[in-house]
Ligand binder design. Structure first.
Ligand code: BG6
Length: 274
């Protein structure tokens, strides 16, 4: 299923490792204490063209439908370069970095110069993805970005805490709402953009707990396609909605304005509390 696309492996030991494809800088595996934390569809396509269905695709420079180019932007389908091969740092963590800069192809869609540096750090029970977006051109630009993290869960037991009191855009039911639930449970199609969420969320997967912390990513998208939408996706199994949830920290509710020579920095850290 995974084909021959190039990838990097960050490995601490047999039970602690991460895999990331240069295609879309998509992380497809985070093993912590021997357990796979991320969901990747059994129908995911690894052909170097289509975005990989699962793991952590990078959304940039646009979240959602885009009048200039593909939904969720081009970062998840471009081939990234290796900036730093996986290496042990002085604390014994494994660090690797990928980079994407504008090309003739990206400028045809979106005529701006940028350098997106994506740094991955693997610790014993923690994995972080750091975003650094530099405007390397002479014109300012607006963007939205998001780390589209797919988790392995048992949806009948999953609970997500930390969104209580937040305003959200309900992309399924329509309109803006306020989250009244202390713990979110999912039993239908959910596609919600929560605004100004706390920097710490807690995901109970039905097997273990994952703490999600984020910096400079004010919003959080929660997505599960459920039965009908699952059937419409060619790269997603009909019943896989039972095994996944996306909790996606991002800068998406309003675009970020990046002036020439400025750098936007943000980070997601996920910690397994199992
Ligand atoms: C979520 C969006 O982030 O991604 C959903 O909020 C979308 O609207 C989902 O359906 C998956 O998108 P795609 O393009 O990977 O099918």
């Amino acid at each position: 299923m995974t084909g021959e696309l190039p990838k990097l492996v960050l490995k601490k030991d047999e039970k602690t490792a991460v895999e990331v494809y240069l295609h879309g800088a998509t992380v497809t595996s985070w093993k912590c204490k021997g357990k796979e934390m991320l969901f990747v569809s059994k129908n995911a396509v690894f052909n170097g063209v289509k975005a990989i269905r699962g793991g952590i695709p990078v959304v940039f420079p646009n979240f959602g439908p885009w009048e200039l180019g593909p939904q969720h932007g081009f970062a998840r389908t471009e081939t990234w370069k290796i900036h730093q091969q996986p290496e042990k740092d002085e604390s014994g963590n494994i660090v690797a970095a990928l980079v994407l800069e504008d090309t003739e192809q990206t400028r045809k869609i979106w005529d701006y110069n940028f350098k997106f540096l994506y740094t991955l750090t693997l610790k014993d029970d923690e994995f972080s993805t750091e975003v650094s977006i530099e405007n390397t051109g002479t014109k300012g630009f607006h963007f939205t970005t998001l780390v589209h993290t797919y988790y392995n869960v048992d949806i009948s037991k999953m609970k997500l805490r930390g969104l209580h009191g937040c305003e959200y855009i309900d992309k399924v039911g329509g309109g803006e709402k306020k989250e009244e639930r202390e713990a979110l449970q999912i039993s239908g199609n959910v596609d919600s953009v929560y605004k100004n969420t706390a920097n710490e969320l807690l995901l109970s997967t039905g097997d273990h707990e994952i703490r999600i912390t984020k910096e400079n990513l004010p919003d959080t998208v929660v997505w599960n396609p459920w039965i009908e939408k699952a059937k419409q996706m060619s790269d997603f199994g009909d019943t896989e909605y039972k095994n996944m949830v996306c909790v996606e920290p991002g800068y998406v509710a309003k675009p970020y304005d990046l002036r020439p020579a400025e750098v936007f920095k943000a980070k997601q850290t996920i910690t397994c509390l199992c």
